[in-house]
Design a protein around this ligand. Sequence first.
Ligand SMILES: NC(=O)c1ccc[n+]([C@@H]2O[C@H](COP(=O)([O-])OP(=O)(O)OC[C@H]3O[C@@H](n4cnc5c(N)ncnc54)[C@H](OP(=O)(O)O)[C@@H]3O)[C@@H](O)[C@H]2O)c1
Length: 256
Amino acid sequence: MEKWALITGSSSGIGKAISYELAKKNYSIILHGRNTEILHSIAADIEDCYKVQTKVINVDLSEDNAIETILTLTEYQNIEVLVNNAGFGVAGAYNATDIEAELKMVKVHVTAPMYLIKSFANKMKNNGKGHILNVSSLYSYFSVPKQAIYGASKAFQHSFSKALNEELKTQGIHVSSLCPGLTYSKFRTRQGKKEKKYLIGMTSEEVAKIAVKGLFKKKVSIVPGIFNKFMAFTIPKLPDRLALVIIHKMNKGRGF
Ligand SMILES: NC(=O)c1ccc[n+]([C@@H]2O[C@H](COP(=O)([O-])OP(=O)(O)OC[C@H]3O[C@@H](n4cnc5c(N)ncnc54)[C@H](OP(=O)(O)O)[C@@H]3O)[C@@H](O)[C@H]2O)c1
């Protein structure tokens, strides 16, 4: 039977790069996003390069019927890998940010993965195998002034992933949390920021390679890059007051 991977938010950045990595491993790919034209051009390229099947789903995950649509459109695919990657940032002081944008972000980062996992984990359980990758963030390791809700939603994904892995691993289902730091993609330009080059930055392709390798090694937490590993190890060990000052300063330095 054809094995499929569903990657949410695969029209650009990390999700797109993960789709190519999974296609290389002979998975047929379900691409998802909101830009049909881009999704179809990626699908055609993947089919051409890797001779796998593709399918495109255009759904806004912050809309009410989103999950129902995805489940209907994937009814006949044997999905062995689910990647909850779609996401975006809302930055700024909490008393100045747009609550509607933040609520949409919570739907995309928290509610949608909850529903998708509830459904696909049960299907995977019936098949006795499956992999789920939740794209969280380095920010899941500490609180993030000026991106308070973004950071909290990523901490939710990370905590949820680890607990879920423990529950599901005996059923052959492995859940990994990917925690990238600064990665070049459309993430910052969507927020109206210029994409500057940083010494600590990684490309989406570098992150995706590490993510897919970690996923199949059944790693629970995947932190790509030396700098990000250092931050994930060190910052949580600092006194809260100091950690918050450092992260606040870093965010200010990046124009948030
Ligand atoms: N870049 C970083 O520095 C960084 C660091 C840590 C974690 N992350 C996480 O990595 C994930 C991927 O982000 P990226 O950096 O690759 O950014 P990106 O290039 O902007 O990609 C985001 C993807 O999510 C999709 N998406 C956003 N909102 C959506 C919605 N409402 N409904 C459906 N799809 C939606 C976009 O699809 P359309 O454009 O087609 O709608 C796009 O495919 C996110 O979860 C982000 O939080 C990024």
